[in-house]
Design a protein around this ligand. Structure first.
Ligand code: SAH
Length: 472
């Protein structure tokens, strides 16, 4: 299996710094299933090409049951390629080799040329034999939306017998002006997708790899579903989970609730025409700003959308997100890119697991507490405890609570009468019910409360979301 990478960026030999492999040296790496070699057939200031050659160990090459590989070249029997193509065809094993041998380049790390690693440069990739289930049209569909120019030339089944037609193998050439990291990441994901080999099992950890390598391009790719399905070898559960997480990371899903993702999608679909979530977040952010809060705790923070917006306010020094769901916290951490955040920014955020029905010291001393679309997820017998955990012990000057207005549901297209917006909602309150809860909570804990509607205010039914702002 062969992959070559060329650049005409000047000085082209900087490619060696990006790949962490010196142009003057030939390096070999043991991959377990074979050996990888990196060499530079050309290395001038104008143009530099590195090749990654992967030789499979005989057992690995023969795994599909075709016996010892004879090799197209040695026997002159071109069909040997389709009897056992593993040794020659760029496949997921080449992707694995890219991950292991060019790992630093794939992460965009370069000790000597860090700026170059982040700079788009002219790059060409040449793959002499790639199996493409779906032909050149598929290769174009996969690469062109990424701004990568593709040439796919079919390889005849046997040049001596043109009537036999073409094989499903292609000579693939890719060209783009992009970062090496991005192009390698795209190749890493798309090689197994092109090949679409369903013959072996993938583990759940592949989802993380897919999302990591797909960062910045997969979520917006028009064929992200096909890519995800094929990458995960058509395993429906893994595919669904990956797509859910991809969408969450991309910001399409509203109100993700770990307890019930499907419910969240339903709720989002119901509320989407109003982009209610956006309006809700804007209203809460405005209320936090008005209160002049410098420290905020977001209880039931979900996937961290509010946190993300609060961090954009220069006046906000610190935000703590608390949720019972570890899954929600993981999504939040990914959304906020906590792992790659600059240290000063990172110091402004904390995510922690906790429950809004237990006293939580992390809520003590903050200026504002928000609980956005959380109360309706609690069993009614827990509401009193929730109320005192928000308004009783912590002593925040401002507490902001939002919840659906059940009356407005009649205005949502496609909602059955009496249905709730989310299947995990334990209840949804009318305006009067919410006002009654808020009034008694405020008087018990010494707050004033003001109500604000979020979304279009229906003359008869009120706004879709209701917000109470407690202050003292
Ligand atoms: N505030 C977020 C998420 C709302 S969904 C937003 O507006 O987008 C409700 C969230 O509350 C879920 O993430 C759920 O895990 C969390 N949650 C439910 N019960 C909770 C509890 N007792 N304590 C803390 N979080 C809770």
């Amino acid at each position: 299996m062969l992959l070559s990478i060329s650049t005409t960026h000047r000085p082209a030999t900087d490619l060696g710094h990006l790949l962490h492999k010196h142009p003057d040296r030939l390096s070999a790496f043991d991959l377990g299933f074979g050996t990888a070699h990196v060499a530079y057939p050309e290395a001038s200031g104008e143009r530099c090409t590195a090749v990654l050659l992967v030789e499979l160990a005989p057992e690995a090459a023969g795994r599909r049951g075709a016996g010892p590989t004879s090799g197209v070249g040695r026997t002159g029997f071109a069909l040997a390629g389709s009897v056992n193509d593993r040794a020659y065809t760029a496949s997921s094993l080449l992707a694995v080799a890219i991950g292991r041998v060019l790992g630093s380049a794939l992460r965009g790390a370069s000790n000597d040329r860090p700026e170059l690693a982040a700079t788009p440069i002219p790059l060409e990739i040449d793959l002499p034999v790639v199996s493409v289930r779906g032909g050149p049209a598929l290769a174009a569909r996969l690469f062109e939306p990424l701004g990568v120019e593709v040439r796919a030339e079919a390889i005849p089944l046997d040049p001596a017998f043109p009537d036999w037609g073409d094989s499903r193998f292609f000579h693939l050439q890719l060209r783009a002006t992009t970062t090496l990291r991005q192009l390698l990441a795209q190749l890493y994901v798309l090689l197994p997708v092109l090949d679409d080999d369903k013959h072996y099992w993938v583990e759940r950890s592949e989802i993380d790899k897919l999302l990591r390598r797909g960062e910045g391009w997969l979520a917006t790719h028009p064929d992200r579903e096909l890519i995800t399905r094929r990458y995960l070898r058509h395993q429906p559960r893994l595919t669904r989970e990956a797509l859910d997480r991809l969408v969450v990371a991309d910001g399409d899903l509203v109100d993700a609730d770990a307890a019930d993702e499907a419910g969240a999608a339903e709720e989002a679909a119901i509320e989407r025409p109003l982009s209610l979530n956006e309006q809700r977040l804007a209203a809460v952010v405005a209320a936090v700003e008005e209160a002049g809060a410098r420290t905020v705790a977001d209880v039931g923070c979900g996937e961290g959308r509010l946190i993300q917006r609060l961090l954009r306010l220069p006046a906000v020094e610190r935000v703590t997100g608390i949720d019972v769901s570890m899954r929600a916290l993981r999504c939040a951490s990914e959304r906020l890119h906590l792992d790659t955040m600059a240290p000063r920014q990172r110091a402004r955020v904390e995510l922690a697991q906790g429950s809004s029905v237990y006293r939580d010291d992390r809520l003590r001393g903050v200026d504002a507490i928000t609980a956005i679309e959380v109360i309706e997820h609690l069993d009614p017998h827990r509401i009193d405890t929730f109320t005192s955990c928000l308004l009783g012990h912590p002593g925040a000057r401002t507490v902001i609570v939002t919840t659906p207005n059940v009356e407005y549901n009649a205005r949502f297209a496609g909602m059955a009468p009496g249905a709730l917006r989310h299947r995990d909602h334990r209840f949804e309150w009318t305006r009067a019910e919410f006002a009654a809860w808020a009034a008694s909570a405020a008087s018990e804990h010494g707050y004033r409360v003001a109500h604000r509607g979020i979304g279009p205010d229906d003359p008869e039914l009120g706004p879709p979301t209701q917000m109470a702002v407690f202050a003292r």
